[in-house]
Design a protein around this ligand. Structure first.
Ligand SMILES: [Zn+2]
Length: 129
């Protein structure tokens, strides 16, 4: 979907109140509400004013059209949180005899991801409003 076919881009600033409220809603909730839940709520908000969009179209809007720091960084954070969870689950290794050891590669990935997540939270664009 091209940007000029996207209803959230095309009709922004127009007469549909719900579309004009989406950017503010997203800015206020990014980091607090998951993108999938925001998408679900946006679908309902738009539907109430007769605008039909699919979850996939809204996903494309978030990933390809929205370039505000909070949304871009919010998406990166969500991805890094997924990476962190996988890395963390592989840090402690238990063998068949129930002996535990550390997987150094997984530990390094985990710590590296934590460092990157922490750095994003310190960025000006991520400060709470
Ligand atoms: Zn868009």
């Amino acid at each position: 979907m091209q940007q000029n076919d996207c209803k959230l881009c095309k009709y922004l600033g127009g007469s549909v109140r719900a579309i004009n409220e989406v950017p503010r809603y997203v800015e206020e909730n990014v980091g607090k509400v998951s993108f999938s839940e925001m998408t679900r709520q946006i679908i309902d908000i738009l539907q109430a004013e007769g605008v039909t969009m699919t979850a996939q179209e809204i996903e494309v809007h978030f990933t390809k059209h929205t370039q505000t720091p909070k949304v871009v960084l919010g998406r990166i954070l969500a991805d890094l949180h997924d990476v962190m969870a996988v890395a963390k689950s592989e840090v402690v290794v238990t063998d068949e005899e129930n002996h535990t050891s550390i997987n150094p590669k997984a530990l390094q990935s985990y710590l590296e991801t934590v460092k990157n997540i922490t750095a994003i939270y310190k960025m000006d664009g991520m400060k709470s409003t």
